[in-house]
Design a protein. Structure first.
Ligand SMILES: Cc1cc2nc3c(=O)[nH]c(=O)nc-3n(C[C@H](O)[C@H](O)[C@H](O)COP(=O)(O)OP(=O)(O)OC[C@H]3O[C@@H](n4cnc5c(N)ncnc54)[C@H](O)[C@@H]3O)c2cc1C
Length: 408
């Protein structure tokens, strides 16, 4: 008598979020365990916006690309549910959505991002959803010679480090180009510029800032008591400027039903498993309690979580722990600078800085699956574009940003 094998049941995986970490996790699972998993992505956003490129918008160099989310999710072989997570019942492996659905999962990956809040009530806080709207007028005032001094301030807890430096460098570059007089100062709690990239890369960034005439005040804790004043501690020094631009402060997504760490971030182990939760719940990206928030690192965290889920689903995968290597393409007014470092204990070592790309494709978000996937989409979109299409910033392999043949 022959016995029939029980029907194979795929692992039902929910990925919550529609940003870098969520898409990377979905693409990773489609590669690692396509036959063993049934993936649903739950997100409220209809588009995936390439946030790092929003920094060029105030300079009229084009802008960030917007990709419809549904085809990306479909390409990953997953289903998209347009909804939002409301709360989780880990003991029942169930999540509840704002749309009042109760969804039972076999594994859950939380990729909810961080919440950005202005730290100062004065000055302009960087908000990538409307950078053009908030900073374009300011850049025009620099060009017109109406603004003579600006401070770019990072509040105590570092949010995303790159955009502050990029905006300062590009503003100083635009002032130089238009022969406007501008004193540009970065105020940061870091020990040295972009210190997370380690000494070597930080020294190169310091030289770049000096050449661009951008002064940097490091180990500084700033307050902005008035729109034109920055108070720097220790020392209670006062910096008078015409305008202040600040990074926001980041907070965790504050999910109901799981334990949360300091400032609402989700505590995870090196495989992305949420600490102190018995069930199969993982998290990745800006939402977790890793001190550095960066898309490339978020993608590596998503890969670690996806590997754990793939192994759980029975795929032949040995999950590797998150072992961060940070890659950053720093936009300047001239050639970009490519920075790489390994991170350990919140510090960068083995750092490298180069004007030629050291990773491929050399995109701003260095991600195993997302970067080549978007690269293909971009190439196809560029090929399909007519000559009369609107100008759009594109990243070029070993040069500056280009807009319709104009090098910046
Ligand atoms: C101006 C700027 C420049 C940057 N430059 C770089 C750079 O050069 N390189 C780099 O690597 N990184 C850069 N970063 C950082 C990078 O953009 C972030 O680290 C990255 O977007 C984090 O990805 P994430 O998926 O964790 O979060 P997000 O990209 O924030 O995505 C979170 C997703 O979760 C969804 N969501 C939120 N709440 C819910 C809910 N309750 N239910 C369902 N879905 C929900 C949101 O809609 C969103 O889709 C930059 C950031 C900014 C703002």
């Amino acid at each position: 008598m022959t016995t029939q094998a029980p029907p194979f049941k795929k692992l039902s995986v929910c990925i919550v979020g529609g940003g870098v970490a969520a898409i990377e996790a979905a693409l990773a699972l489609s590669d690692l365990a396509p036959e063993q998993t049934d993936v649903t992505v739950i997100a409220p956003n209809s588009e995936f916006v390439y946030r790092p490129m929003t920094v060029v918008e105030p300079f009229a160099f084009g802008g960030a690309r917007h990709y419809p989310l549904a085809p990306i999710v479909a390409d990953a072989g997953a289903k998209l549910l347009v909804d939002e997570l409301s709360w989780i019942e880990p003991k029942k492996n169930t999540l509840h959505t704002k749309g009042e659905e109760a969804i039972v999962y076999d594994a859950l990956i939380l990729a909810l991002g961080a919440r950005a809040h202005p730290r100062y009530s004065h000055g302009t806080t960087i908000d990538d959803r409307r950078l053009d709207e908030t900073l374009h007028g300011l850049i025009q005032d620099v060009e017109g010679g109406y603004i003579h001094s600006m401070a770019f301030v990072s509040p105590g807890r570092m949010a995303w480090p790159l955009p502050l430096y990029e905006l300062a460098l590009m503003t100083a570059g635009r002032a130089y180009d238009t022969q406007a007089e501008l004193a540009t100062t970065i105020v940061t709690p870091e020990d040295s510029p972009l210190t997370i990239f380690g000494q070597g890369a930080s020294d190169t960034v310091s030289e770049l800032l000096q050449r661009a005439n951008v002064q940097t005040i490091t180990s500084a804790y700033a307050e902005v008591p008035e729109a034109n004043e920055v108070v720097i501690n220790p020392g209670n020094r006062r910096l008078k400027v015409d305008r202040v631009v600040a990074l926001p402060e980041l907070y965790g997504p504050g999910v109901r039903g799981i334990p949360l760490g300091e400032n609402g971030f989700i505590p995870v182990d090196q495989h992305g498993h949420v600490r102190e939760v018995k069930g199969p719940i993982y998290a990745a990206g800006d939402a977790i309690d890793f001190p550095i928030k960066q898309g490339g690192l978020g993608a590596q965290q998503a890969d670690a979580a996806a590997e754990s889920v793939a192994a759980l689903a029975g795929a032949a995968v040995t999950p590797k722990p998150f072992d961060p290597v940070i890659h950053a393409k720093l936009l300047t007014y001239d050639q970009p600078l490519y920075l790489t470092a390994q991170i350990s204990g919140g510090h960068g070592f083995s750092s490298e800085a180069s004007h030629t790309p050291t990773w491929s494709p050399p995109s701003k978000i260095a991600a195993l699956y997302l970067a080549p996937y978007l690269d293909e989409l971009d190439k196809a979109a560029d090929a399909a574009k007519d000559t009369g299409a609107p100008r759009q910033a594109v990243e070029v392999p070993d040069g500056a940003i280009q807009t319709a043949g104009v090098s910046v």
